[in-house]
Design a protein around this ligand. Structure first.
Ligand code: SF4
Length: 246
């Protein structure tokens, strides 16, 4: 974009191109040898129930277009996003997440089964701090660091007003980014993760904590549907989105 061409439509075209470039860069990334091998192996071996599925088997980019609520998870599920190619899609975690987002007007439907299922997000983006499915759902510190530039570019392009961190690791990644950018209002002591925890960022922006909708949390009742719904209701309020009337 030339300096003289700063009309809203050319700026949005520029943002769109940068977003697409980020998407392509993530999908073609091979920086973490262990994770790339794991994603491919899972895609070859497959789970019996998905024997006939054509697995994605590579890094998974963010879902949605730049928006003011950024939902941050940990990493793609081996037989969820690593199979379908879309964040939180095709597994139980995604069922919980998108149902809560739908209930709060952030998604057009509660189901998330595959890239062609018609799901569209409004006013929010879903991303992960690690874009590749890790063995045992545990990315190494070094792998998260490798993926950090993608996370950073996602934040820069979205300029979120509200971060919703799904789990402590996502919370710490956002806190780390905010500290580096000098954007945390009370940096010491570092804000602690909790369900419904809130940390204030500069310029009226917020970080909101939510237990991860993993089966470990949802099966045990640590996270219930009203609990996750309440977090997204709060996120909408903090982002200044109009209340959804059901
Ligand atoms: S985790 Fe991130 S940095 Fe590592 S290979 Fe995947 S996309 Fe690349």
């Amino acid at each position: 974009m030339s300096p003289s061409d700063k009309s809203p439509s050319s700026q949005s075209q520029h943002l769109k191109r940068q977003w697409e470039q980020l998407h392509d860069d993530v999908v073609s990334c091979e920086r973490c040898d262990r994770l790339i091998k794991h994603c491919r192996n899972v895609a070859i071996e497959k789970r019996a129930a998905y024997r006939d599925h054509d697995y994605w088997g590579k890094p998974v980019p963010s879902f949605g277009t730049p928006a003011k609520i950024l939902v941050v998870g940990l990493a793609p599920g081996a037989h969820g996003a690593n199979r379908t190619g879309r964040m939180f899609t095709g597994d139980r975690s995604g069922d919980w997440l998108y149902r809560a987002m739908f209930n709060n007007g952030l998604a057009n439907q509660p189901e998330s089964t595959g890239r062609a299922d018609g799901l569209k997000l409004t006013g929010c983006v879903v991303t992960n701090v690690c874009c590749c499915a890790p063995p045992d759902n545990k990315p190494a510190t070094e792998e998260i660091a490798n993926c950090q530039p993608f996370f950073q570019r996602t934040i820069e392009l979205c300029q979120p007003k509200v971060f919703v961190a799904l789990g402590g690791l996502a919370w710490r990644a956002v806190v780390r980014h905010a500290v580096e950018q000098n954007q945390l209002i009370n940096p010491s002591p570092r804000p602690k993760f909790g369900h419904g925890a809130l940390a204030e960022l500069t310029e009226g922006r917020w970080l909101l904590g939510c237990y991860h909708p993993s089966q470990q949390n949802t099966f045990t009742g640590r996270l219930t549907e009203p609990m996750i719904d309440a977090v997204f209701k709060d996120a909408c309020r903090l982002a200044g989105r109009p209340r959804k009337h059901k």
